[in-house]
Design a protein around this ligand. Structure first.
Ligand code: AMP
Length: 583
């Protein structure tokens, strides 16, 4: 292949798209499709084999952008607010799972070093999977989302320490000391530590130096550069600045301070989150981030050798059980200890019950230091792949089973617990004859005002959780999520509604919504927003009764104003100052 990068991008993204769409069609998470796409183009299946090293690097870019994006949703205060559970929680959970892994490895007859790496690899969740799963469930900014991200950060720091200490410990653990020295020298750059304490001290000092640099300097310089670039008015430059900043900080953190790309990018995002530009910065990285995150899953699929499951079915089963049940149970127990509700504890446990990128790195180093047998790495890879595959299914299962389970526990008392048991995203409305308002942005919020003044009952479907939470706090009924997703319209009881107002800008999403709403309710009055004549045609064909084209209304408003100004005698309302007539 003469152009391995282009081929990888085309085949990887293309196949991921096709199989992702198939998975979606089968009501599975598209992640399943991406992973299978990776298996198909991986070295263990016949046919085209993509360049694995390249896939891994592309995946790394995905990790950086994802962590940067989630950093943007976080402030230092958010992170500190969850430290009380995240630090003891993550440390406790990692210790527990590592010990169990060590026990299992001992039973198989592996030496202690192998067991330690095996256990540790099974105890660190995949950042990418956690963030994707929180994003999909719109819970990144919820308390549970904050706890999960705090937990990830602690795991991440623990992992950095482990990666640096392992080579130093390798001799003691029965690994290859000569390799250990080389690896330790490599990991720590120019400095080759003589003693373990020196290595540990140096690592901690580098971590502290990085945090201090980011908080003291990065916090001022990064927003300043972005403000400056924003003033040039060039969107292209702004996008470039955001991207360069995210990648640059991640790279610098790893090269200069020995910190993972992921943690470096997370901090870069968090520093930006303090400035007002963070929202637009986040938007700028979205499309790139999503594309590269897909490549992450493809690259994981490529590592997977399906024959392992046939060769070692029992061990693979044990590994998966340890990852899924072990982590979920440990997190659940710790969260319950900290007095979180059953539902929150379970959701947090499930969120963290898979492994990924760090485990691969750890397994790789373990094999390199001759601490972990090759079969250990295969087990870790197989376990990671399967745990990522089953993770979304576990959520579906929990959402189906948990409400029932909680109800049987609380028989006869449909109090707080029962209300809590219902999925927070999809409470079924009890309204009838109501208006369903989709989108609460510049348009929807003004329409809501009118509905409120008229006394027309309504509910809102909105995907930005910050807006939705604020509305809910103000007493408005809200369904959080993308209205184009299945079940949304049923939850909003469109079949029994009087109006559907589609106040969202994307014509395809709006069209999809209108088509399904019309199918569910032929008498529904559907009012939609459009931005071009083509959109007006499209939406009316799908069943909208009234379509308001934004630009036409703006032009009408401007024209009316000019006419009124030109003929003061003809208009009575000239007293109003310009700009006061918003509606
Ligand atoms: P604006 O363009 O300012 O009126 O904002 C549109 C609003 O609609 C934003 O708050 C979006 O978050 C929201 N929105 C856009 N698409 C969807 C969708 N498919 N489902 C729910 N809310 C949406």
């Amino acid at each position: 292949m003469h152009t391995p990068l282009i081929t990888m991008l085309v085949v990887g993204l293309g196949l991921a798209f096709i199989l992702g769409a198939v998975a979606n069609r089968l009501n599975l998470s598209p992640l399943v499709g991406y992973l299978v796409a990776g298996i198909v183009i991986g070295p263990f299946t016949p046919g085209y084999v993509a360049d694995q090293a390249m896939a891994r690097q592309l995946a790394e870019v995905g990790v950086i952008l994802l962590m940067f994006g989630s950093g943007l949703h976080f402030s230092l205060a958010d992170l500190l607010s969850v430290r009380k559970i995240a630090i003891p929680g993550a440390v406790g959970q990692m210790t527990l799972v590592t010990l169990i892994g060590l026990g299992v490895a001992y039973a198989i007859g592996w030496p202690i070093g192998a067991g330690l790496i095996f256990g540790l690899a099974l105890s660190v969740s995949s950042t990418v999977v956690v963030l994707r799963s929180l994003q999909d469930r719109h819970q990144l900014q919820s308390e549970q989302g904050r706890m999960a991200v705090g937990w990830l950060v602690v795991q991440d720091i623990a992992m950095i320490l482990a990666l640096i200490l392992l080579p130093a410990f390798s001799g003691v653990l029965g690994g290859d000391e000569a390799t250990a020295d080389v690896a330790a020298g490599g990991a720590l750059g120019f400095f080759k530590p003589d003693t373990l304490m020196e290595a540990l001290g140096l690592t901690l000092a580098k971590l502290a130096a990085f945090f201090a640099l980011m908080i003291l300097v990065g916090r001022r310089v990064i927003p300043w550069i972005l403000h400056y670039i924003a003033h040039t008015g060039s969107r292209e430059l702004f996008r470039l600045a955001v991207l360069a900043m995210a990648l640059g900080v991640a790279f610098g953190a790893s090269e200069l301070f020995g910190i993972s790309f992921a943690l470096g990018a997370f901090f870069a995002g968090m520093i930006l989150a303090e400035s007002q530009l963070s929202q637009s910065a986040a938007q700028e990285t979205l499309p790139l981030r999503d594309a590269f995150a897909v490549l992450f899953f493809v690259s994981v699929g490529m590592l997977f050798d399906p024959t392992v499951a046939v060769r070692e079915p029992f061990l693979v089963g044990m590994t998966v059980l340890l990852i899924v049940a072990g982590n979920a149970a440990a997190v659940f127990a710790i969260a319950r200890l900290f007095r979180h509700s059953i539902q929150n504890a379970l959701a947090l446990g499930l969120t963290l019950s898979q492994i990924g990128e760090f485990s691969f790195i750890l397994a790789g180093i373990g094999v390199e230091l001759e601490l972990l047998p090759e079969s250990g790495r295969d087990l870790i890879l197989a376990g990671a792949m399967i745990s990522i595959l089953v993770n979304p299914l576990l959520f579906v299962a929990a959402e189906r089973l948990l409400p029932r389970w909680l109800k049987t526990r609380e028989t006869g008392a449909p109090g707080e617990q029962a209300a809590e048991a219902e999925s927070p995203e999809l409470p079924q409305t009890s309204l009838t004859g109501h208006a369903v308002l989709v989108g609460y942005g510049r348009v929807g919020s003004l329409v809501a005002q009118t509905l409120g003044e008229m006394g027309q009952p309504y509910l809102v479907i909105e995907e930005r959780s910050a807006i939705a939470e604020a509305l809910r706090a103000a007493g408005t009924e809200v369904i959080i999520g993308n209205a184009a997703q299945p079940d949304m319209l049923e939850a909003a009881n469109v079949a029994g509604a009087r109006f559907l107002i589609s106040a969202i800008p994307n014509p395809f999403e709006s069209g999809n919504l209108i088509e399904r709403a019309r199918a569910a309710n032929t008498a529904l009055d559907i009012i939609a927003r459009a931005h071009s004549d083509a959109e007006v045609d499209y939406l009316s064909k799908l069943g909208a009764n009234k379509i308001i084209m934004g630009e036409r209304e703006i032009a009408r408003g401007i024209s009316e104003h000019i006419i009124a100004r030109a003929n003061p005698a003809a208009e009575g309302d000239l007293g109003a100052p310009v700009g006061a007539e918003l509606l």
